[in-house]
Ligand binder design. Structure first.
Ligand SMILES: *Cc1c(COP(=O)(O)O)cnc(C)c1O
Length: 369
């Protein structure tokens, strides 16, 4: 059996006729940006997340960057302020902070959950800390009551990076509605994926939403009148039409992912493999199914030989990247341990049960074939 890490052709193939009809509608309309499709998707996605406002933007990195930029324009943040981020996140979270002239403060994850460690987070809050950016990494809710309390008591903005967790829930509320604002990515491989780049900002704060919308449109509220030194970051009508179709199936797709993860959790019994913590209800929408093992590279090669494609999320931690050469001396042992041992198994809504069972069988035979 040949099992790809994620076949987008299979994922989108299930709804291809409906996707093609929606895209054709956008093409036929003769209106390609900031039209009915974008407004319709913003409305549908905002209400799905449970946020009062949703602004479609060009991608997930822009969504996060625009939130921080809008807070700077509104005076809630100032250049040089510290923003706490998890040390093991995807680089985009950190780029959004540094691009705005803010200071990313990296905090270690908990080795058991891979999510930011709430005790270390509390210890990292300084007089200059003004915001916390949590990341629902791998599709698992990173929010905790303690994190909410720390942000309230210290007067910190709580921003969610919801790029990997569309549909994820915390006690009956969706991630993306738990903090002051959230950035979402609709990169094709995400749980809710477009056929190109797209992203969104959700928030209950009307002024923030309007400011993001304005900055994303050259800094303009009104045609040819510019209040900010803005940029261009918009979701196009074709992507919005496609996303509106796919949003209808997101719940079903996430259930499928959770089901596949359940097969892995039940069937993988190899003593050298550490499974992720089991989800509860919808607090883990299984964007990535991470396992860990000391001989990660050997395991990856073995699975590859058996026709099973895996990925590593991520091979090099942000503080070891050339882009952040100034952090080379810093040490984040927990994050480094995760980066050295993590392997992501095939996962997606179009995967069949037999495929997941096969992956588990092959894994269990590793080293005693
Ligand atoms: C994908 C991703 C982003 C960036 O989204 P793009 O749409 O690719 O710009 C940001 N944060 C995390 C955690 C991601 O996984």
């Amino acid at each position: 059996m040949n099992i790809p890490f994620l076949s987008l052709k299979d994922v989108n193939g299930r709804y291809m006729e409906e996707i093609q009809r929606a895209a054709a509608g956008a093409l036929d309309s003769g209106w390609y940006l900031q039209g009915k499709e974008n407004a319709g998707f913003e409305e549908a996605y905002g209400s799905y997340i449970g946020s009062g406002h949703c602004v479609g933007v060009a991608n997930g990195l822009d969504a996060l960057t625009l939130i921080l930029r809008a807070y700077l324009e509104l005076g809630a943040l100032r250049p040089g302020d510290e923003v706490i981020v998890p040390a093991n996140t995807y680089i985009a979270t950190i780029l959004a902070v540094s691009e705005n002239g803010l200071k990313p403060v990296l905090v270690e994850p908990d080795i058991r959950t891979y999510q930011i460690d709430e005790k270390k987070l509390e210890a990292a809050v300084s007089a200059r800390t003004k915001a916390v950016m949590i990341v629902h990494l791998y599709g698992k809710c990173a929010y905790t009551e303690t994190i909410g309390r720390i942000c309230r008591e210290r007067g910190l903005l709580l921003i969610e990076d919801n790029a990997q967790a569309h549909g994820c829930m915390y006690r009956g509320r969706r991630t993306g509605s738990l903090g002051n604002a959230a950035g979402h990515s609709f990169y094709p491989g995400k749980n809710l994926g477009a056929l190109g780049d797209a992203g969104a900002v959700t928030t209950d704060d009307a002024l923030l939403a309007d400011t993001v919308r304005s900055i994303a449109n050259y800094g303009s509220w009104k045609k040819y009148i510019f209040q900010y030194k803005g940029r261009n970051s918009r979701m196009d009508e074709i992507q919005a039409a496609v996303l509106s179709v796919k949003l209808k199936y997101l719940e079903e797709d996430n259930d499928r992912r959770i089901h596949i993860a359940g097969i892995y959790m039940d069937k993988i019994t190899h003593p050298d493999i550490i499974l992720p913590p089991a989800g509860e209800g919808k607090d883990y929408v299984c964007h990535i199914f991470p396992v860990r093992t000391k001989e990660r590279d050997a395991l990856q090669a073995y699975l590859q030989e058996c026709g099973i494609q895996t990925m590593i999320h991520y091979p090099v931690p942000p503080h070891r990247q050339m882009a952040y050469a100034e952090w080379q001396e810093m040490e984040f042992p927990v994050s480094e341990e995760i980066h050295a041992t993590e392997l992501s198994l095939p996962m997606g809504p179009a995967m069949r049960d037999e495929e997941a069972e096969y992956v588990a069988d092959v894994l269990n035979r590793w080293k005693n074939g």
